[in-house]
Design a protein around this ligand. Structure first.
Ligand code: NAD
Ligand code: DAU
Length: 355
């Protein structure tokens, strides 16, 4: 079996669903169920004996060790994190607690379990750490894309905490020989994406007649990857990646934020037209994110060359699928927008002025 952390969040849930659609190998899904964790993402697995859900914190080394000893996973796939840059600006402490201390606790529990394995199982064991391209910092318009050897230069509390976790993972390989793998991926989008992030926020705000907030001039650039392609990349690295190596994962798809927002409005105008006017009329440029990284771009040639992975979805097909998913899943949206969601939206957007 494999042990997945953060498997009730956006990418983790897509990964677990995708894994069990292709394999009968069992998954122990370990998640604290923070505001971002949602068992409704996994409702189709409710009666599936191949999926075991345990609510827990990656800082709980004792519980992790008990579960490892009991279930003997052959691999750990580590998604659990605080993941939203804007939240890291308002409250960085949780990012250090989960992303740095939590990854450290998980590594410690994994190391002590790994040392109990026989020679063959020890060699086959893998700890796959899911990380981000944000650890490399920000690019100028003409700079080459990030490669695996680009120097780390994180700029937000979120990216700094992920960078710290990457360093710990690297050190556990170098010092103890733990067979680790790290993936650094660009911006994901797709089903089950929490509507605090740009794409699902724009889709849900548009449909609810609210402003579509674009930070600053909207000319910041991100590389977008459909979430299923990220899941496939992780499977590929897990099976064939070389321990101790890092792999950049990206969609070869750089877009300015304003262009993404325009495309989403156009898709909504086509799929669910308003009584009058266009969704573009709801766009508002607001105060920029402090320390906002201008551009990310991923050079994903290593994973293609060494492991044969490349993205299958185009931005056009992926975005259309994503909008269609949100249109068909109102109950999921209203469930995640209940409770603390409104408090976050007020905190983040109420004080911003329209520019
Ligand atoms: P998410 O915020 O949607 O989900 C995070 C999950 O981790 C949630 O289910 C949450 O309950 C769980 N969690 C949080 N703290 C925990 C703790 N202390 N113990 C156990 N579980 C905890 O995040 P996501 O967007 O799915 O990202 C998953 C991983 O992928 C993160 O490590 C993130 O840094 C990385 N990543 C994300 C993107 C992206 O575009 N979303 C891109 C590259 C890398
Ligand atoms: O690059 C990978 C990273 O992508 C992941 O590591 C993070 O976990 C993930 O959240 C994402 O970070 P970003 O900050 O790039 O994603 P977000 O969706 O928050 O923002 C995308 C861009 O859109 C960014 O330039 C900020 C901008 N933005 C975002 C929001 C929420 C807006 O203009 N308006 C908004 O309301």
């Amino acid at each position: 079996m494999i042990f997945v952390t953060g498997g009730a969040g956006f990418i983790g849930a897509n990964f677990v669903l995708n894994w069990l659609a292709q394999s009968d190998e069992h998954v122990l899904n370990y998640d604290k169920l923070t505001y971002a964790g949602n068992l409704n993402n996994l409702v189709s697995l409710r009666d599936d004996a191949r999926h075991l859900f345990v609510q827990g914190d990656i800082n709980d080394t004792d519980l992790l060790q008990t579960l490892f000893a009991q279930h003997q996973p052959r691999a750990i796939v580590h998604f659990a994190a605080e993941s939203h840059v804007d939240r890291s600006i308002h409250g960085p402490a949780a990012f250090v607690t989960t992303n740095v201390n939590g990854t450290f606790s998980l590594l410690e529990a994994a190391r002590s379990y790994w040392q109990t394995l026989d020679v063959e199982k020890k060699a086959a064991f893998r700890f796959l750490h899911v990380s981000t391209d944000e650890v490399y910092g920000s690019l100028g318009a003409e700079d080459p894309a990030f490669t695996e050897t680009t120097a780390y230069a994180p700029n937000s509390p979120y990216s700094a905490s992920k960078a710290a976790s990457d360093h710990l993972v690297r050190a556990y390989h170098h010092t103890y020989g733990l067979p680790v793998l790290t993936t650094n991926c660009s911006n994901n989008y797709g089903p089950y994406h929490f509507p605090e992030k740009l794409i699902p926020l724009i889709i849900t705000n548009a449909r609810q007649g609210k402003d579509l907030p674009v930070y600053g001039d909207g000319l910041q650039v991100r590389d977008w990857l459909y979430v299923t392609d990220h899941c496939t990349a992780i499977r590929t690295v897990l099976e064939n990646g070389r321990p101790g190596e890092t792999y950049n994962v990206g969609g070869w798809n750089e877009q300015t934020n304003i262009s993404v927002v325009h495309t989403l409005c156009d898709l909504l105008d086509e799929l669910q037209p308003k009584a009058s006017g266009s969704y573009r009329d709801q766009i508002r440029h607001i105060t920029d994110r402090p320390g906002h990284d201008r551009r990310y771009a991923i050079d994903a040639r290593k994973i293609e060359r060494e492991l044969g992975w490349k993205p299958q979805e185009t931005f056009s097909s992926g975005l259309r699928k994503t909008v269609a998913w949100y249109l068909a899943n109102d109950a999921w949206v209203s469930n995640v927008q209940s409770g603390d969601y409104t408090k976050w939206i007020d905190l983040q957007y109420q004080s911003k002025t329209t520019t």
